[in-house]
Design a protein around this ligand. Structure first.
Ligand code: NI
Length: 183
């Protein structure tokens, strides 16, 4: 297992639609292990494969610690997750994203959802999720479609955060392109 670098906006790979996983092979097993390690190290409560530059429909999450700091880890992996039902009732959570570091904003989403997916053994499963798990699953499944949580906030706020990260990316590129002054 090894952690992988997390892509930061405005990386265009975060805006692409990920491909379904045709079969759960060793490569997917390694990807999931690496994604868990990357997520726990960050630390974060969810991660989608496109965030580590892999355009496959794979999501990992663990919301246990979000509920209770002392809680034991509850790693969950979802292959090809699909939302099959969403409640009319909405709930609002302050969301963040490892690809948009240190930016948080309230997002309204369906409060309860059902998600069909494959587990790591390739078995078809369905879960009903509410609370933070419902929010987190919707946030991560959005990633598989190139959608970010800032797409759910006002255009003005989104433009502001995009500008900030575009500027930061430009100065990173500038630093990288400078000849090193060290011998
Ligand atoms: Ni995210």
């Amino acid at each position: 297992m090894s952690p992988r670098p997390i892509l930061i906006i405005p990386d265009t790979r975060l805006r692409q639609v990920a491909d379904p996983v045709p079969s759960i092979d060793k490569e997917i097993g390694t990807l999931v292990e690496d994604m868990f390690e990357t997520m726990y190290l960050a630390p974060g409560i969810g991660l989608a494969a496109p965030q580590v530059g892999v355009l496959k429909r794979v999501v990992v999450l663990d919301v246990a610690k979000r509920r209770d700091e002392e809680a034991k880890a509850e790693p969950m992996a979802f292959i090809n997750p699909v939302i099959t039902w969403a409640s009319e009732e909405l709930s609002t959570y302050e969301e963040g994203c490892l690809s948009i570091p240190e930016y948080y904003e309230a997002v309204e989403r369906p409060a309860v959802i059902r998600v069909a997916y494959l587990d790591l053994a390739g078995a078809a499963k369905e879960i009903e999720a509410d609370g933070i798990l419902a929010t987190c699953l919707q946030h991560e499944i959005d990633h598989l479609n190139g959608v970010l949580f800032i797409d759910h906030i006002s255009r003005l706020k989104r433009a502001r955060v995009m500008r900030k990260f575009e500027k930061a990316a430009k100065s990173r590129d500038y630093e990288d392109s400078r000849p090193s002054s060290r011998p």
